[in-house]
Design a protein around this ligand. Sequence first.
Ligand code: COA
Ligand code: MG
Length: 301
Amino acid sequence: MTNRIRRALLFMPGDDRRKIEKGATLNVDSIIMDLEDGVALNHKELARQTVRTALNEINFGHTERLVRINPVQDDHSLWIHDLQETLEGHPDGYVLPKVQSAEQIQRVAEHLTRAERKYGWIDGSVRLLAIVETAMGFVNLSEIADSDPRLAALIFGAEDLAGDIGAVRTQDGWEVFYARSKLVLYAKARGLQAIDTPFVDLTAEDSHLRAATEQAHYMGYTGKLVIHPRQVAVIQSVFTPTPDQIRRAKALVAAHNQHQTQGRGVFAYEGKMVDMPMVRAAETILAQARAAGINLSEFEE
Ligand code: COA
Ligand code: MG
């Protein structure tokens, strides 16, 4: 199943209908209606009803409709109620928090398979996105990434991870850098998207948000969690190739093709050596542009 583009994924508490309605108007790639940590324990039931009704009533346009459920655990069943009471609204997927093992993902997948049969939906069409944000989650990253064909993305959760390992969050983020980098490798090894932790400082200048998002993009991330509408434009733009990047990528691929027909695999281009890794990087940019709905034929080489 092809993976849709997920550059910005906007979170909102599932019990806040006003924010859900607002999220539906922002043209963001995905929204995540939260039933977990953004919802007080005594509002869980209200949040499930609000999410189900919103799914049935609101027109979200092209925006993907995701629901974050509570962690899959044996000792309490919040997550099962979350699933049972929202499935009828037919969300596009579920976001699973604090994932520590492949089995947790497979348990949710079994519920989804049953629901797809019951409602006559396409087999495997309800997707899963796993937030990895505990020490055990990172130890088991390989089995998590390989757990189930419904899995579309791994999401990095820095705040919970810092709490779990006793790290102190700093501006540079070195305390979580190994985990942030590891997540990209395991996601890409399995053909999954890698989505970065949210930028939680709502008072920071846009330039700080842009720098943090660019750093994720340079590391191989293809999207980032969003917690306020104000962050959407910056994040979505960082993960969208610019016209200049597209032109350069097209020109580089064309130069490569021309040299190939002349029997040359490596050549100098604008003062730099070019061989397959650079060509693949250019092709990745073109694929990202296509996924963002950009018509490449409009760009001159
Ligand atoms: N999604 C949709 N709309 C949002 C939003 C969000 N995440 N955050 C704010 N808005 C809306 C507000 O409802 C308000 O709309 P209005 O003017 O029509 O009333 C407008 O944007 C401005 O909001 P603002 O006053 O700046 O923020 P706030 O004080 O209402 O909310 C937060 C601040 C942090 C509570 C809010 O941004 C939020 O809920 N973020 C998501 C938190 C979350 O889900 N966390 C769990 C995962 S990390
Ligand atoms: Mg979390």
